[in-house]
Design a protein around this ligand. Structure first.
Ligand SMILES: [Cu+2]
Length: 102
């Protein structure tokens, strides 16, 4: 507990981290771009009746959330600032940008 309080005290950005949700519907992301801060979490929710995938090959932090069906969401906490191009491996036309500010 002592350590947790110390962490919150020394990392105000972490304490104020926000949650965002991006939906995938009609083979498109619900927003073309999203501006967030380091430490923020983004949930990618599949609202289509078929599977989507989420990945990025962007420099700050690469990840692959795999493939998942309708109604499911997977989240990523962005721990590094920079520009991320988010893509779906199943539908190459699906792309969005996330700009993570320090
Ligand atoms: Cu897709």
């Amino acid at each position: 507990m002592k350590h947790l309080l110390a962490l919150l005290f020394f990392c105000p950005a972490l304490a104020m981290a926000a949650d965002h949700t991006v939906a995938q519907k009609g083979k498109a992301f619900s927003v073309a771009s999203l501006a967030i801060k380091v430490g923020d979490k983004v949930a990618f929710r599949n609202d289509d009746p078929f599977a989507h995938n989420i990945f990025t090959l962007s420099d700050p932090m690469q990840f692959d959330l795999g493939t998942y069906p309708q109604g499911q969401a997977k989240s990523v906490t962005f721990t590094k600032a920079g520009q991320y191009e988010i893509e779906c491996a199943i539908h190459p036309e699906m792309k969005m940008l996330i700009n993570v500010k320090p």
